[in-house]
Ligand binder design. Sequence first.
Ligand code: ZN
Length: 374
Amino acid sequence: MEIAKQLAQEIGPRVSGSPKELETAEFLSREFQKIGIEPKIQKFKYLGWEQVDRPSLSVLCPTKMDIKVSPMAYTGSTPRGGVEGILRFHGIFYLFPRLMELPKYAIIDDRGEKVAFLLVQPGSRSRPIPNPWLQILQDPMVLVGEEEFKPILKAIESRKDVRVHLEAMGKYVQSFTSYNVIATLEGKRSETIIIGGHHDSVEGSPGANDNASGVEGIFRMARKLLHKKRNHTFKLITWGGHEWGLFGSQYFVRDEKERGSIEQVKACLTLDVLGCGDFLWIWAGPPWFRGRIEATLKNSGFSEKREIRYEDTLIGSDDWSFSVENIPHALFMEWPAENLHFPSDLFENIDENKLNYTVDAAYAVIEDFDKGLK
Ligand SMILES: [Zn+2]
């Protein structure tokens, strides 16, 4: 677990675009060199976002109280001094369909205008999700933890007017720089299978389960593949820019497409959030590809050892960037992940048995793919 330990314990939070992320990319690059692969660091730029001040939410009536909120990246700002109004249920915000669908409340000011929004997150506290998946939103918006929202919800349900004040300010920042670390293992054919997972974390979180564990898995697979006769070429990639909106994998796919080499990419397997949870969750598509994974895990006995749930393609991790180009893709994730995006996502919480299981299962799937893909 040296790789995961180094990322989560020694480097710690490694927000994409920060010096810590560059340190991470350089460390991973050296680790690939140590096992005998010369990797390439792919640098890319993207539109960033930063909070100006910590957002603040106060309930003014029926009972005065302050509520902790987290910023929501790529959203608009309230004016300095904030906005005030009555809370009303607005609808459901599909942050990640089927994974995180959040109740959305509007703050309606005295002119009857929706001036800002609250998104209610499951769990006791709000956690930063700097990740509205490719959406650039103009409304001011913050995240509130379900538990902390309870008194407000109660008041709303008993038809009391809940008046709040919110100040939330952020700014867009041009040209954040991030990095993908790409290690290539040539095979008999130039047709390529990608094994990837992001190396960045959210602000303040050491990102152990999310996703030092997946990077650890990538290195374990690299070591195994290195000593195997390979039909396909393998690219083992750690992505940057993930937590801001899958920017690393999107950049890679776009770049391959521009240079006419995307047709060589035959499959992408993503490891994101391992060593935790109650079950292995596999999101995969198209259906024939998912079926093949299911069959492999059944035939090799993995299905008996732990619960595996299958899902069609969903937006949530870097395999999504490949799905857009109709490249067969799968995400291996262990769920639920209670510490996800919290400062408590610590190295000691990685369950090694669970991690071993999922990496072995992923490797069995990869070995099967290498026999030939449709
Ligand atoms: Zn992740």
